[in-house]
Ligand binder design. Structure first.
Ligand SMILES: [Zn+2]
Length: 137
């Protein structure tokens, strides 16, 4: 594993925390995510819980970003409601984020121990979907 030390985008954490604090409501919306576009812009989203497998905030964020014309994300972070702080992405989101943004940085950790890691470090020995398509070169 080639873990590198990246600076922590505290403004991005604050953006997610603000959405978690002000927009999460009840059992349907309990997580917020914020993504930093490569151009510097911040996009935010909340999860859409449903027992059939409603998407996590990170996945809603991918669509919300595209709806705003943002197709490349540099960094992402998720923050829980009720002051739960930074929450790492679940296994499904790690796979999706890796396939969409192979160079993505993810902010993880708690309190004053938040740190920035590469998505590839969160999913070692990764299955890369694009590598296994019949038309892959
Ligand atoms: Zn997830």
């Amino acid at each position: 594993m080639t873990t590198q030390i990246h600076h922590v985008d505290h403004e991005l954490v604050q953006a997610a925390a603000h959405v978690a604090r002000t927009r999460c409501r009840g059992d349907n919306h309990t997580m917020a995510a914020a993504g930093r576009a490569q151009g510097g812009r911040i996009v935010t989203a909340v999860n859409a819980y449903h027992f059939t497998g409603g998407p996590c905030a990170e996945l809603v964020l991918i669509g919300a970003a595209a709806a705003q014309g943002v197709y490349e994300l540099d960094t992402i972070v998720a923050v829980g409601d009720r002051d739960r702080g930074v929450v790492p992405p679940c296994g499904r989101c790690r796979q999706v984020l890796l396939d969409y943004f192979p160079a993505l940085k993810v902010i993880v950790g708690e309190g004053d121990r938040v740190r920035t890691v590469l998505i590839t470090d969160l999913l070692p020995e990764s299955y890369v979907w694009a590598d296994h398509q019949l038309d892959a070169e």
